[in-house]
Structure formats: C-alpha cells, structure tokens
Design a protein around this ligand. Structure first.
Ligand SMILES: NC(=O)c1ccc[n+]([C@@H]2O[C@H](COP(=O)([O-])OP(=O)(O)OC[C@H]3O[C@@H](n4cnc5c(N)ncnc54)[C@H](OP(=O)(O)O)[C@@H]3O)[C@@H](O)[C@H]2O)c1
Length: 377
C-alpha cells in the first residue's frame, strides 16, 4: 500500500483513505452492515489506515458503524477522522457538547484528525467569531484531537482567507482532474504546500462522475491501457500531485474497494504521456457541454426566479457524463420547482446581458425537456 508522511505532524498514512459516506445500502436504505464491514476489513487488511466519517453521513449512522467496526483493531493501527457539524454550532459551548456526543457515538477517547466540516466563507467567519477554533484548540491541548483542520467548499479567494488565518495542521479539498480550476483548485493546493499545510483530497472521482465515461471520451485511456478503469486514472491523477497525503474514496461496492486497493498497492505516478491522456479526456468531456454557460451570473436575477446558471450546470453535467442517475439525483436535490427552467416567461432580459451570447430562452426549454424526459424514463 502506497504511503505518505505528513512531515509537519510526524505521522504516516496510507495514500488511499476510506471515505465512510457511500457505504452499500440494504433494501431499507440503511448501511448494509455485513457487506460494508467486509469492505472495511478488506481495506484494513490491504494496509488502508485512514478512515473518514462525519455526523451527517448515512443519516447519522456512519459514525457509530465505523466506530464499531474499528473496535476490533488496535487503536494506534488506524487514523480516524471526523468533523464538527458547524451548521449546528451557534455558540462556542456547542463545540464540546457535539464533540462529546461524537466520542460516545464512535466510542473513542480521541480522534486523530478533526475537521470543521464543509466551511464556506460565511461559515468560517461565523466559527472564527464565535471562538470555535479556540475551543477545538482546547480539545487538542487535552489530547482529544491530535490534528485540527477543516474541509472546504467555496472559491479560491475564500480558501486563501481561511488557510492563512492560522497554521492549520491540514486541510481537506475537493480535487479531481475536472475541477482543477474550481473551488480551491490546483492553485489552492499549491498555496497550501507553500504554507507547509498538507492536503487530504475528497471527491477524487468527482463523486463517481469520472468512474463511467462514454467510449469516445475515454478512448485516450484505452489506447494506453485498456485494462485500467477510469476511476484508477482519476485517482492516479490526484495522487500524482504534490502535497497530497491522503485521497479519500467513498467506495460503495467490494469491486470498487478491490479496484482502488489495486491502484494504490501497485501505485505508479502518471507519466508525461499519461498526463497528456488525462488532459485529452478532460477536453473530450468539456467539449460535450450543451452550452457555454460560464456561470458569470450576468443574467441574474431572473425576473421569473429561474436559476439560469444552475439549470445550465445540471444540463451541462448531464451532457458531459451522460450519467442519468447522478444527473437526476442532482436535479431533484438541488433544483427546486420555483427555480426550474419551466418558470421562464420569455422576457429575454437575460439574453441582452449574456457575455457568451447564449440563446438562453431556447436552451432553458431544452433543459426542462431533458429533465422531464429523464424523470419519465
Ligand atoms: N468534508 C466534506 O465536506 C466532504 C464532502 C464530500 C466528501 N467527503 C469525504 O470524502 C470522501 C470521498 O468523497 P467521494 O465519496 O465523493 O469520493 P469519490 O471517489 O469522488 O466518489 C465516490 C464514488 O465514486 C465511485 N467510485 C469510486 N471508486 C470506484 C471504482 N474503482 N470503480 C467505479 N466507481 C468508483 C462510486 O460511485 P457509485 O457509488 O455511484 O458507484 C463512489 O460512490 C467521502 O466518502 C467523504 O468521506 C467529505
């Protein structure tokens, strides 16, 4: 198993970490515990030492499940990460209350890695102003947290403010070959490196979107090695970036565990030729977008309440990956009725300001038809 050292923390981890957010489910939608336990055991046996959970995963059942499975292993043989649910913190006294609950749920007396969960700029400032970071530092001084960091979802500027606020032990970023310039992006990864702050990566396979690619898109991979899965390419691309210490993969089947263990057991960084193949695949995917919306938001606000860039993001995502289930899940979860394209009144105000000169009204009709069609299938 490929390993990495966090030089600043004097700790070593497997490069592959187990993201405990996507366990297989039984027919009632609960974690399929026997199967998920087998997957964790297989990972442990192959040398995976990092396990990442959080309060909301599997509607609260990931933490107790993970805690129970890890019971059978010596505490020092693995690194356990969990996160402060910042959205439930409105006073600094909430920190210890929530932390104590997590310790009970996981049945552990310390966590190796503890993160302020899913910080965007607003949430970060709220946590900072409430004194939450100092409360976490106290838990660290008491030996209940070994290393303190945060997980991040916002843009580069927000990242810069957060990462330079203090000498964090580590941070967790969404990095994959399609999101090189999104969120903190590669620029953020480099900034963290320059500050001596190691990075743990989440969503390396873009939440599964890079696992299944249309044939014409993945042709550059197949030309080099048709025996390797698209996921293995996505994981190796991330693993070939400097300052990446752990790559979290949320595996949902034993076959995925086995494929990813294989990727990291015989790990080889990408060669120049392989980097070029990933670039080609990325361009192939980007060429499949339905329209050229760049989400500049000049078109907003829409007088009819339509979230124009949001609708196009879903449509373009479906165009690129052709992944019906992921596209529908995103549409249902993140596109409320009142913001859907169908509310367009055809006033055309958006088209007068769109820098890309998109035919927004026509495209919105197609967005709605696409998702209505998918819902009927
Ligand atoms: N802190 C935060 O804010 C935050 C946010 C997101 C995630 N996380 C953590 O980071 C972890 C990783 O993120 P993620 O789960 O989104 O990672 P990911 O690796 O980008 O996506 C996981 C999905 O990729 C697919 N996959 C992975 N390996 C595969 C393989 N070998 N073959 C085929 N498909 C494969 C599976 O999709 P299917 O299930 O569709 O088959 C799997 O569910 C999470 O599990 C969680 O622990 C943290």
């Amino acid at each position: 198993m490929e390993k990495r050292t966090f030089q600043n923390l004097d700790v070593e981890s497997s490069l592959l970490g187990f993201g405990c957010m996507r366990f297989p489910l039984d027919k009632n939608g609960k974690i399929d515990e026997p199967l998920a336990e087998q997957m964790m055991d297989d990972a442990m046996a192959a040398g995976v030492t990092y396990y990442d959970t959080a309060v909301p995963y599997h509607e609260g059942s990931s933490e107790p499940f993970v805690g129970r499975v890890l019971e059978k292993y010596p505490r020092e043989s693995y690194l356990l990460a969990t996160k402060l649910p910042c959205w439930d913190v409105n006073d600094k006294s909430d920190v210890r209350r929530l932390f104590d609950m997590q310790m009970k749920k996981l049945n552990k007396d310390y966590f190796d890695f503890y993160l302020l969960h899913a910080l965007d700029l607003g949430r970060f400032r709220k946590m900072r102003d409430l004194g939450v970071i100092e409360e976490c530092e106290k838990l660290k001084a008491e030996g209940k947290i070994r290393f303190l960091g945060f997980s991040f979802h916002d843009n580069y500027e927000a990242f810069e403010e957060m990462i330079t606020y203090k000498k964090w032990d580590f941070c967790q970023l969404q990095i994959n070959y399609m999101d090189q310039n999104d969120q903190a992006g590669l620029k953020g990864l480099r900034l963290a490196e320059s500050l001596g702050i190691p990075v743990i990566v989440m969503e390396p396979v873009k939440g599964g979107q890079l696992a299944v690619l249309p044939d014409d898109v993945k042709a550059p991979f197949e030309k080099i090695d048709s025996s390797k899965t698209p996921s293995s390419w996505a994981l190796r691309w991330v693993a070939s970036q400097p300052n990446v210490k752990v790559i979290l993969s949320g595996m949902s089947t034993p076959a995925q565990v086995s494929d990813n263990l294989n990727t990291f057991t015989n790990f080889k960084p990408l060669t120049q030729e392989e980097f070029a193949a990933v670039d080609e695949v990325m361009h192939n995917l980007k060429a499949r977008v339905k329209n050229g919306c760049t989400a500049c938001r000049y078109c907003m606000p829409c007088p009819a309440g339509v979230d124009i860039p949001g609708n196009f993001a879903h449509w373009n995502g479906y165009g690129m990956y052709e992944n019906r289930d992921t596209a529908l899940r995103g549409w249902k979860n993140n596109m409320p009725e009142e913001k859907q394209a169908k509310n367009c009144i055809g006033c055309g105000k958006c088209e007068t300001v769109c820098p890309q000169q998109l035919h927004i009204r026509e495209d919105l009709k197609q967005v709605q038809a696409t998702f209505d069609g998918l819902l009927k299938e």
